[in-house]
Design a protein around this ligand. Structure first.
Ligand code: PEP
Length: 250
């Protein structure tokens, strides 16, 4: 098994204005020295630069990037812009973009490649719908998504995968621990086939209604190397207990 520190990442989605950075300051005060845990926050693009400047001990990231270096792409944000703003990581392929904006595996892979080439760490999100889960096809679907969304070559230290069942995101409906364990093991096997021993260093995060109440149980599962957290990352009061649960794991 690789030497994988737990990784707790907050995704603020379309939430947060200047005053909200106070929450990031409070998170950093309590969380960035948690033993054995890496903590990151991905605020909206408008806050990346300010958060990175005001909270330098926190890894700050983007929630998406464009697959091209620059150009006529109104409203998009490039990897170079994120780096320039102080970002250290970026999330790609979140289901809210795959489902809502029709982002395909190949587009997600192009974004991940661009981000790695530009010096960022990347979190590639995958996950099945309720219909696919109920049809018994979740593992096949998700491992195929991982295979098609990963860059050809990657530095395992700068790549993480977030398994986020779509039906668990923002619903309070957490996946069963046994299903999470089976899915993370399947993703690890798939990575091993693809990248050999290097696969052991890639962190696989779980996402979907993680809170301070369920984090300890989820983070104790083999191959659950951290969490991607939406709603419960918006305040220090909700996010810090998740980081503490990660730090408490041997
Ligand atoms: C997410 O958006 O990645 C997420 C997991 O959200 P929530 O924690 O709110 O379910």
């Amino acid at each position: 098994m690789g030497d994988r520190r737990k990784y707790i990442v907050g995704n603020w989605k379309m939430n947060g204005v200047a005053d909200t950075i106070d929450e990031a300051t409070a998170i950093a005060r309590h969380a960035t020295d948690a033993p054995g845990v890496d903590v990151a926050l991905c605020p909206p693009a408008t806050l990346v630069e300010r958060m990175a400047r005001r909270v330098p001990t926190l890894a700050v990231g983007g929630q998406d990037c464009h697959e091209c270096e620059s150009g006529a792409y109104t409203g998009s944000i490039s990897v170079a812009m994120l780096v320039d703003a102080g970002a250290r990581l970026v999330i790609v392929g979140h289901s809210e973009r795959r489902e809502g904006l029709g982002e395909s595996d190949s587009l997600v892979r192009a974004k991940a490649e661009r981000a790695l080439a530009g010096g960022l760490s990347v979190i590639v999100c995958v996950g099945e719908s309720k219909r696919i889960r109920d049809a018994g096809d979740a593992e096949r679907h998700v491992t195929a998504q991982v295979a098609a969304s990963l860059p050809e070559d990657f530095d395992p230290a700068r790549l993480a995968i977030a398994y986020e069942p779509i039906w668990a995101i923002g619903t309070g409906d957490v996946a069963k621990v046994s299903d999470v364990a089976a899915m993370h093991a399947a993703i690890r096997d798939m990575l091993r086939d693809r990248a050999g021993a290097e696969a052991a260093s890639v962190r696989i995060l779980y996402g979907g209604s993680v809170t301070g109440d369920n984090a300890a149980e989820l983070l104790a599962v083999a191959d659950v190397d951290g969490a991607l957290v939406g709603g419960a990352s918006l305040t220090a009061a909700k996010f810090v207990p998740i980081v503490e649960a990660a730090a408490a794991i041997e």
